[in-house]
Design a protein around this ligand. Sequence first.
Ligand SMILES: *[C@@H]1O[C@H](CO)[C@@H](O)[C@H](O)[C@H]1NC(C)=O
Ligand SMILES: *[C@@H]1O[C@H](CO)[C@@H](O)[C@H](O)[C@H]1NC(C)=O
Ligand SMILES: *[C@@H]1O[C@H](CO)[C@@H](O)[C@H](O)[C@H]1NC(C)=O
Ligand SMILES: *[C@@H]1O[C@H](CO)[C@@H](O)[C@H](O)[C@H]1NC(C)=O
Ligand SMILES: *[C@@H]1O[C@H](CO)[C@@H](O)[C@H](O)[C@H]1NC(C)=O
Ligand SMILES: *[C@@H]1O[C@H](CO)[C@@H](O)[C@H](O)[C@H]1NC(C)=O
Length: 416
Amino acid sequence: MTRCLGRRRRDCYWLMYASCLFGAIWWLETTLISRIETGNASIPNKLPNADDTNSQRGSEKLKPDIKRGLRLRNATDSYRPEKPRVVQSTTPNQCTEKTNFVYIKEIKCASQTLVNVFRRFGLERNLSFVTPIGKKIYLGWPWLIQERYYRPSKTDKFNILCEHAIFDERLMRKLMPDDVVFIASLREPFAQFKSMFNYYAFQDRYCVPDGFHMSKNLMAYNLGFPTGYLPGQADKSSDEAFIADFLSDLDRTFHFVVIVEYFHESLILLRRLMCWKLTDLIYLRKNVASYSFKADMDPDLVAIYRKWSPVDYRLYDHFNRTFWKRVAETTPDFREEVEHFDRVTDDVNNFCRDVSAGKVANGSFLTLHDSKWNKSFRVDKGLCETLNAELLKRIQSEWDKAQPKMKQPVPDKEFC
Ligand SMILES: *[C@@H]1O[C@H](CO)[C@@H](O)[C@H](O)[C@H]1NC(C)=O
Ligand SMILES: *[C@@H]1O[C@H](CO)[C@@H](O)[C@H](O)[C@H]1NC(C)=O
Ligand SMILES: *[C@@H]1O[C@H](CO)[C@@H](O)[C@H](O)[C@H]1NC(C)=O
Ligand SMILES: *[C@@H]1O[C@H](CO)[C@@H](O)[C@H](O)[C@H]1NC(C)=O
Ligand SMILES: *[C@@H]1O[C@H](CO)[C@@H](O)[C@H](O)[C@H]1NC(C)=O
Ligand SMILES: *[C@@H]1O[C@H](CO)[C@@H](O)[C@H](O)[C@H]1NC(C)=O
């Protein structure tokens, strides 16, 4: 039985496991962190501690190797690239913007940020979304999506599915036009687990049915892997051959997988794939929790977790590999575009923060100058508000206003 509200305890197994792990992490924190702070840590395989979009730089060699451009002295200054660029555009303007896509959200995988980018993209173009009925936020998750879990389409098909759903290729292809693009995002599983643990355990915000493991192969489950939870489903998480098939199926179906540790690299690859504008990608950093055990990547704990959640590791390792293969195949100016986007993001975030703090006069705006990748554009208060807004509510209420007579379906199960 599911209860979506209130603060109930999750299944005991997980709690016990999590408590042990948390204890271990706490211990590590007190011993290791002090060593890190005194500059004498030796953590092998030190991973980026990206929580959502907070930190995108992963390995050392990925650090931007040029100095950041001019910092804004204050928000009403205009952003300028550090040197004039007279290079021809390597982004072919001939390509056509892609507007039909499915994004499989993963909890605590920068998904809030990405989904807001997608929602704004669709709203600006009047595209149709698959939206959860009523005020719900999930498309039936943790169950498979069904027709009764979303508002019907205004037209024949939908353009965008980016709310929380389990990947179901057959059904999703039926809902979407033929040229649909499939997108997912993944995060280093242990980092994802810690972030989720922090999010759920300490903030009493969750919506998890009995018997559902939030800590075990969750990313794979959301991508349709049978973990034994759904009725009639076997647990295939120790079936090597099955896992290999599962991965090659995903390879075949998914056009792109965002790797959260390399968030801006991912966004730029996505922009190029979808033929979107740089301005479509801008976002405000949000949902960035800070918790004391965030930085720990103790190899022993990671090894334990790797055994506990093996499919997620297979998944992550596989797609991290293909991600870097793609980066290697891209144009030489890729790195430059990523750095440009880093600066744009900083500037927009600083500007919007000043807007929220009431430091920006009415009518002021931030000008992002011409670059090799985009024409000059302005960020004003209105855009900051949109970037800050809860766009799912807006999409839902727009649908309700446009279809006052259309009845919404009634779900057969409780969900969030
Ligand atoms: C760092 O650790 C090594 C042994 O792990 C020790 O020999 C050395 O003195 C330490 N350095 C500092 C600055 O604490
Ligand atoms: C922004 O900078 C200009 C000088 O470049 C200064 O005159 C102005 O007071 C600054 N505004 C704020 C809000 O700091
Ligand atoms: C959005 O689409 C609806 C019908 O699907 C149409 O009535 C409306 O005018 C459109 N709005 C814009 C801004 O294009
Ligand atoms: C992802 O792949 C890159 C390139 O092979 C590697 O350097 C990095 O360590 C991998 N990240 C993780 C978290 O495994
Ligand atoms: C900006 O405009 C709003 C109303 O549009 C007004 O309430 C506010 O006081 C103005 N702020 C400044 C700094 O002029
Ligand atoms: C920059 O943005 C404009 C629209 O604002 C778009 O038409 C143009 O293609 C973009 N430029 C590049 C190089 O992507």
